[in-house]
Ligand binder design. Structure first.
Ligand code: SF4
Ligand code: SF4
Length: 159
């Protein structure tokens, strides 16, 4: 069985997202960069084996996280930060969708105002491509399924 080269996979993913962001303008001015003001002790949850493509990693409660102090190099920020407030969800047939990540509803004003916002279509297409790349690997595919379930649960309670 061929072993996945995760470092190469994340290089491809990072190239796919590149400099793309949810809006063509800087959404940080809407909320004073609310998503970068998290608790330093919590950190950012990484995608499976994403630590192979990052420098500063630390293990905490069984998950690999990167400790975030609210300032980082945009190019090397975790994938979760690059694609926020969206997530590549997956259905039972393995089809990838791009959905708002309702786990961030209390944080990101774009989620509440999504009907009034024109999101950057190139960014959404890139996230779909990222989802397809991740879904090729069994461990990453399971991660997508687990997160899709979690987002669906949030939607049931919050929408
Ligand atoms: S919380 Fe939402 S609107 Fe604010 S910087 Fe983060 S992604 Fe942009
Ligand atoms: S890792 Fe960087 S982009 Fe992500 S929340 Fe922290 S400061 Fe913001």
């Amino acid at each position: 069985m061929k072993t996945m080269n995760y470092q190469k996979m994340y290089e491809k993913i990072n190239k796919t997202i590149g400099e793309l962001t949810p809006l063509k303008a800087d959404c940080g001015v809407l909320c004073n960069k609310a998503c970068c003001k998290g608790d330093e002790s919590i950190g950012m949850r990484l995608f499976p084996f994403e630590e192979t493509a990052l420098n500063k990693t630390q293990n905490s409660v069984g998950e690999t996280i990167v400790i975030c102090n609210g300032i980082c190099d945009r190019n090397t920020r975790p994938l979760a930060c690059k694609i926020f407030p969206f997530f590549p969800t997956i259905d039972e047939k393995g089809k990838i969708f791009v959905e708002l990540d309702y786990r961030g509803k209390l944080l990101c004003p774009m989620i509440d105002h999504c009907d009034e916002i024109i999101f950057n279509n190139r960014f959404l297409k890139a996230i779909k491509k990222v989802g397809k790349i991740l879904a090729k690997d069994e461990i990453c595919r399971k991660f997508l399924y687990d997160n899709t379930d979690e987002i669906d649960t949030y939607i049931k309670f919050l929408k």
